[in-house]
Write a protein that binds this ligand. Structure first.
Ligand code: DCP
Length: 473
C-alpha cells in the first residue's frame, strides 16, 4: 500500500549498483560566474568580486560571489548595496543583457570549455552550467594495473592536498594523505579511488592552466557520494570518500543535502516520519519504506540511507533541453494578454537563436515546446498563488511559430487555471483589469534528437530562407 502519493515523474528511481566498483567524480567550478568575469576583466583577479543581476534595484541581486568577497561576509542572498556595506572594496559586475534579459551565453560557453578538458579521461555528463559528473573507472583501473599507487615515486601536489573522509590528520595532512594514497595493504577499491584522485588532480590542473578556472571535486564509488563530497572543501580542493567512511558521513547529514530529497519527498520524510538526517532513515526497513512510498522509491530511500546509488554517468555533454525565461516580480508583473504576448515573442526569439545554434553546432533538433508560468489570481481583494499548469505541444521551428504556439499554450493554461475567465478582447477604453497577474514565463524546447545532415541542412534552409538563396547564387 502506497500511503504518500507524489507526482510520479519527480520520484527517484532505484537502479542496481554494478558488481565491480565504479570510480566517479563530481567536478564543480568555484564561484563560477565570478571567475568568468575575473578572467574577462583581469584587473579583478584576486579582488573581492560579485556578479549581480541586470535589475539594478538596491544594487542588484548577487548571483555569484568570489571567495575573496566571501571572507568579508558577502553572501549570494544579498543585494549590491548590502554587499558594499560588508565589503566597501567589492567590485560588482553586471550580468550581460540581451533582449532585455540576462544573457548567459558567456558562462555557458566557459562551462563547455571546461567540459571538453574533463572529458579527456572518461565519460562526462554535464549536470548544470558549472557541474560535471565523470565516470573514470576505466582510466583508474588502467592506472592501477600499469602504475599502482605503491610504486608512485613522486606524488602530484594537488593529489596530496586531497581530503579523505574519515581520515584523522593530526600532523602534516599532506604526509598522512600521501600514506593513505600509497598504503600497501589498501583494499582494491581504495586503490582505485587513489588512482581516481590522481587523475582528477591532473584534470583540475589542466583546467586551471588552460582556462584559468579553479574547480573542486568529489571522488567516490557513486554519483550521490561524489556530489556530496565535491562541496565539502572549496575552493580548488578535492575530497575522496572511501567506502569505510560512508556511514559516518551520512549519519548526521541533513536529508535536504541529498539530491532529490531537497523538495517534497524530503519534506514528507521530515514532517510525517520525523526523519531529519540520513541516519534517521536507517530505522525503517526496506519493506516499510516500500509500503509508504511505493516499491521503487522505497528501495531508493533504503539504499540512499546506506550510500548505495547505481545511477550511471550519462555521457552527455550537451543540454537535454533549451529554455528561455524571465521573471516579473512585484510591480513588474504582467497584467494583460498583450504584455504576455510581447514577452512571449521576446522569449521565442531567444529560444529560436539557441535552437539554430544547436542545429549548426551539434546537428540536433528539439521536438517539444513547453510553456511554464507563474500566475497569481486575485479575487475579492485577496491575491492568492496557485500552481499554473504547464502546457506542451509539438515544436514548430521559426520564432513567429514558436511565439504563436506559446501564446496559445498560455491561453489554454489560463483557461484551466481559471475556468470561469473571459479571455475575449476588452472593449476599447475599458478600464476593467484582468483578475490575474503573471510573475514569470519560461519557454522550453526538449525531446532533443540528432538529425541526419541532409535533414538539418534542409531545415536550416527553411529557417534562413533568403540567406540560403544568396549562398546558392
Ligand atoms: N546562479 C544563478 N542564480 C542562483 C544560483 C546560481 O544565476 N540563484 C549561477 C551563478 C553561479 C553559477 O550559477 O556562479 C553556479 O552556481 P553554484 O550554486 O555552483 O555557485 P557558485 O559556482 O557561484 O559558487 P560555489 O563555489 O559555492 O559553487
Amino acid at each position: 500500500m502506497c500511503v504518500f502519493v507524489l507526482e510520479k515523474r519527480r520520484m527517484p528511481v532505484a537502479r542496481p549498483e554494478p558488481v565491480e566498483a565504479r570510480v566517479i567524480a563530481h567536478v564543480d567550478l568555484d564561484c563560477f560566474y565570478a571567475q568568468v568575469e575575473q578572467r574577462r576583466h583581469p584587473e579583478l583577479r584576486g579582488k573581492p568580486t560579485a556578479v549581480v543581476q541586470y535589475n539594478s534595484w538596491k544594487g542588484g541581486a548577487l548571483i555569484a560571489v568570489s571567495y575573496e568577497a566571501r571572507k568579508f561576509g558577502v553572501k549570494r542572498s544579498m543585494r549590491g548595496e548590502e554587499a558594499r556595506k560588508a565589503c566597501p572594496d567589492i567590485h560588482l559586475v553586471q550580468v550581460p543583457v540581451a533582449h532585455d534579459k540576462a544573457d548567459l551565453k558567456l558562462y555557458r560557453d566557459a562551462g563547455s570549455e571546461v567540459c571538453a578538458i574533463l572529458a579527456r579521461m572518461g565519460k562526462c555528463e554535464r549536470a548544470s552550467i558549472d557541474e560535471v559528473y565523470l565516470d573514470i573507472t576505466e582510466a583508474a583501473t588502467a592506472r592501477l594495473i600499469q602504475d599502482p599507487p605503491q610504486c608512485w615515486v613522486s606524488l602530484d601536489k594537488e593529489a596530496l592536498k586531497s581530503h579523505v573522509v574519515g581520515l584523522a590528520t593530526d600532523g602534516d595532512a599532506t604526509v598522512e594523505v600521501g600514506h593513505w594514497l600509497q598504503r600497501k595493504d589498501a583494499e582494491q577499491n581504495d586503490q582505485l579511488l587513489a588512482c581516481g584522485a590522481a587523475i582528477i588532480a591532473e584534470l583540475r590542473t589542466a583546467v586551471l592552466s588552460e582556462t584559468q578556472f579553479t574547480c573542486s571535486a568529489g571522488i567516490a564509488h557513486n554519483k550521490m557520494l561524489a556530489k556530496l563530497a565535491s562541496g565539502m572543501h572549496k575552493p580548488a580542493q578535492q575530497t575522496i570518500v572511501p567506502s569505510s567512511a560512508v556511514q559516518g558521513l551520512l549519519t548526521d547529514l541533513p536529508i535536504n543535502k541529498i539530491g532529490q530529497l531537497g523538495g517534497k519527498l524530503g519534506h514528507l520524510l521530515e514532517v510525517e516520519l520525523g526523519v531529519k538526517t540520513a541516519g534517521d532513515l536507517l530505522q525503517f526497513s526496506e519493506a516499510k519504506l516500500q509500503d509508504l512510498f511505493g516499491m521503487n522509491t522505497g528501495t531508493w530511500l533504503w539504499r540512499t540511507a546506506r550510500g548505495i546509488n547505481g545511477d550511471e554517468v550519462q555521457g552527455r555533454m550537451l543540454p537535454k533541453s533549451h529554455s528561455s525565461g524571465k521573471t516579473f516580480p512585484g510591480p513588474k508583473s504582467l497584467k494583460d494578454l498583450s504584455a504576455v504576448g510581447h514577452w512571449v515573442r521576446e522569449l521565442a526569439e531567444v529560444l529560436q537563436e539557441r535552437l539554430d545554434m544547436d542545429i549548426e553546432q551539434n546537428n540536433r533538433i528539439a521536438r517539444l515546446l513547453t510553456l511554464h508560468a507563474g500566475c497569481h489570481l486575485h479575487s475579492s481583494g485577496a491575491d492568492h498563488a496557485r500552481k499554473f499548469p504547464s502546457q506542451s505541444c509539438a515544436l514548430r521551428y521559426g520564432k513567429e511559430k514558436i511565439a504563436d504556439d506559446a501564446n496559445r499554450l498560455f491561453e489554454k493554461a489560463l483557461r484551466k487555471f481559471c475556468p470561469t475567465l473571459n479571455l475575449s478582447p476588452r472593449k476599447k477604453g475599458s478600464t476593467a483589469s484582468f483578475p490575474w497577474r503573471v510573475t514569470g514565463i519560461s519557454l522550453s524546447a526538449s525531446n532533443i534528437v540528432a538529425t541526419p545532415m541532409v535533414y538539418s541542412f534542409n531545415l536550416l534552409r527553411c529557417l534562413k530562407g533568403s540567406m540560403v538563396m544568396f549562398w546558392f547564387m
